[in-house]
Design a protein around this ligand. Structure first.
Ligand code: 5GP
Ligand code: ZN
Length: 112
């Protein structure tokens, strides 16, 4: 499958890694939208949050555990940050491999 985030997970494409274990990889976004901008992905291919079901939902819980650890390590936890996952065309998803943006390090614009 020609998926850029699968290639990053396999280390076929290099990235600056923030965290890694057997299930997930976290790496710095190539085009950061805030002072801290990290992406967390499952190492197995899941197209988007629309593909989450009772068989694979455990990975989402694990990603949120990892996200909290990364936020603490990156020193954005105390002042607050945002976790975002875009879904599909209208959601602004440009890479069809589930990923959660962790953005922080400044006051983020109002959204919801
Ligand atoms: P989306 O718009 O799909 O929610 O987010 C995709 C994100 O992946 C974007 O923020 C984009 O900058 C980032 N991105 C795309 N290609 C690469 C890459 O090759 N390396 C890294 N580190 N980030 C990437
Ligand atoms: Zn993939």
């Amino acid at each position: 499958m020609d998926c850029i985030f699968c290639k990053i997970a396999n280390e076929e494409i290099p990235s600056k890694i923030a965290y890694e274990d057997d299930k997930v990889l976290a790496f710095y976004d190539i085009s950061p939208k805030a002072p801290t901008h990290i992406l967390i992905i499952p190492k197995t291919h899941i197209s988007s949050a629309l593909e989450i079901d009772s068989n694979n939902a455990d990975i989402v819980a694990h990603i949120f555990v990892v996200a909290a650890q990364i936020a603490a390590k990156e020193n954005i936890a105390r002042d607050g940050y945002r976790i975002i996952t875009n879904i599909g065309k209208n959601g602004g998803q440009t890479v069809s491999h589930l990923h959660f943006h962790i953005v922080g390090g400044e006051t983020l614009g109002d959204f919801a």
